[in-house]
Design a protein around this ligand. Structure first.
Ligand SMILES: [Zn+2]
Length: 249
């Protein structure tokens, strides 16, 4: 073997296996490579890594890998890890998200359930900036965005189907306990406030005036919401989604 060769093995656990496609991966790391470089090169952004061990000891991202090393890499879990070796801190408080431009349907589903989901920025750089300054979790299918070193919270959405994406994100962040359906504007993410019919009467179509008495208005863009078939459809969707979630489907 060439002396310069640095061949290591990385064992991935849990949801990280989805990102790599395999549990064990052997790579030629090169000289002076950190374990973070090696993991990200395999398509796992640092935001997905909770902790790493080498021969049963915890290591940090800046560990320089050596020939023959075998690393164990774990996603977030409930194990008690010494604070200095937690590589991505758990998000504290009610999760708030920012989504990349390809996840519009997921953004609307999260908003429908009352979860804050910023959406509409096209530039990756701007998404990252906003996420960092407002402490938001980035949801994206673009792993490159999450490899940027300033990103703290982020998740690679695995599925390309909106409903499945919603399920993934709900499970990953335990969102169910934060669900408050129909409290947020589907269009702009603003919070809805209930409003009396008399105040918005001139904004309502005739049929709506006749048939509905309960209204909510977006505190940000002013859009008015009321019941109706789309509301009923969404309610059915939510009921079914929650039922499947509890059955583990
Ligand atoms: Zn709005």
């Amino acid at each position: 073997m060439n002396k310069a060769e640095v061949r290591i093995t990385i064992r991935f656990f849990g949801s990280l296996v989805d990102l790599v496609g395999d549990r064990y991966v052997k790579i030629d790391a090169g000289i002076n490579q950190t374990i973070k470089d090696c993991i990200e090169r395999l398509g796992v952004p640092h935001t997905e890594v909770y902790f790493i061990t080498l021969r049963k000891d915890f290591v940090r991202f800046d560990r320089i890998v050596e020939n023959g090393d075998t690393y164990f890499v774990y996603p977030e879990c409930n194990l008690d890890i010494p604070k200095e070796y937690v590589l991505t801190p758990k998000y504290a408080g009610v999760p708030k998200f920012i989504l990349d431009i390809h996840l519009g349907k997921l953004a609307r589903l999260l908003r429908m359930l009352g979860i804050s989901a910023e959406y509409g920025i096209v530039e990756d750089e701007m998404i990252v900036q906003k996420a960092v300054s407002e402490n938001l979790i980035i949801l994206t299918r673009d792993r490159g965005m999450l490899k940027k070193s300033e990103v703290v919270y982020g998740y690679v959405v695995r599925s390309d189907k909106p409903e499945e994406q919603l399920r993934e994100v709900t499970l990953r962040y335990g969102l169910q306990r934060w669900f408050r359906p129909f409290t947020r504007c589907m269009e702009c993410n603003g919070e809805l406030i209930s409003v009396s019919k008399s105040v918005i009467l001139d904004q309502l179509p005739e049929k709506v005036k006749e048939n509905y008495d309960k209204f909510a208005k977006c505190s940000k863009c002013g859009k008015v919401y009321w019941g109706g078939t789309h509301y009923e459809n969404m309610n059915t969707f939510i009921e079914k989604f929650l039922e499947n979630l509890s059955k583990g489907k």
